[in-house]
Design a protein. Structure first.
Length: 163
């Protein structure tokens, strides 16, 4: 079993509880994840994995083959982030709670044309709007005029029309 746990440590307050890490399911289970999402360090491009001991050397040789070498500073910052994981996770929970409350209020205030499905875990939510503006045009305007970054529904091949 291989499980990508990119959103590990990004539980939504009062959301669904994440499943235990894959490696807890037995000697053939592997957990992989990233530093970027849960620690807010996307520029590092560092991932982590928890594997049975007999697989470690194969993984190291594959890493050497596929990526010459991550920067030593990136490695050092990733180690530092893991050492302070509890503090970072707690800080992120507060930010997530504040942001969820803000978007909840915003959607409620604009319920005449806006609705959403709140995230149950991780950080992704689906917003729906009833305006006569294509999603790509809308998100470009929001980005340029307000600094709000959203992915348009058209990026997911969603074409929802309202009668």
């Amino acid at each position: 079993m291989l499980r990508d746990e990119a959103y590990r440590w990004l539980e939504v307050p009062s959301g669904d509880t994440f499943a235990p890490p894959a490696f807890e399911y037995g000697p053939s289970a592997i957990s992989v994840g990233t530093i970027s999402k849960p620690f807010g360090l996307p520029g590092l491009r560092i991932r982590w994995m928890t594997v049975p001991a007999e697989i470690v050397s194969e993984c190291r040789s594959m890493r050497d083959y596929t990526s010459l070498s991550p920067g030593k500073l990136s490695d050092a910052l990733a180690i530092l982030a893991f050492k302070h994981r509890d503090r970072i996770v707690e800080r992120n929970r507060k930010i997530i709670s504040q942001n969820l409350e803000a978007i909840k209020r915003f959607v409620e205030e604009h319920s005449g044309f806006l609705s959403w499905t709140p995230p149950r875990g991780g950080l992704l939510a689906l917003l729906r709007y009833e305006l006569d503006v294509p999603s790509l045009e809308l998100v470009n305007r929001l980005s340029e005029e307000h600094g709000v970054m959203l992915a348009p529904g058209s990026a997911f091949s969603l074409r929802i029309t309202f009668a």
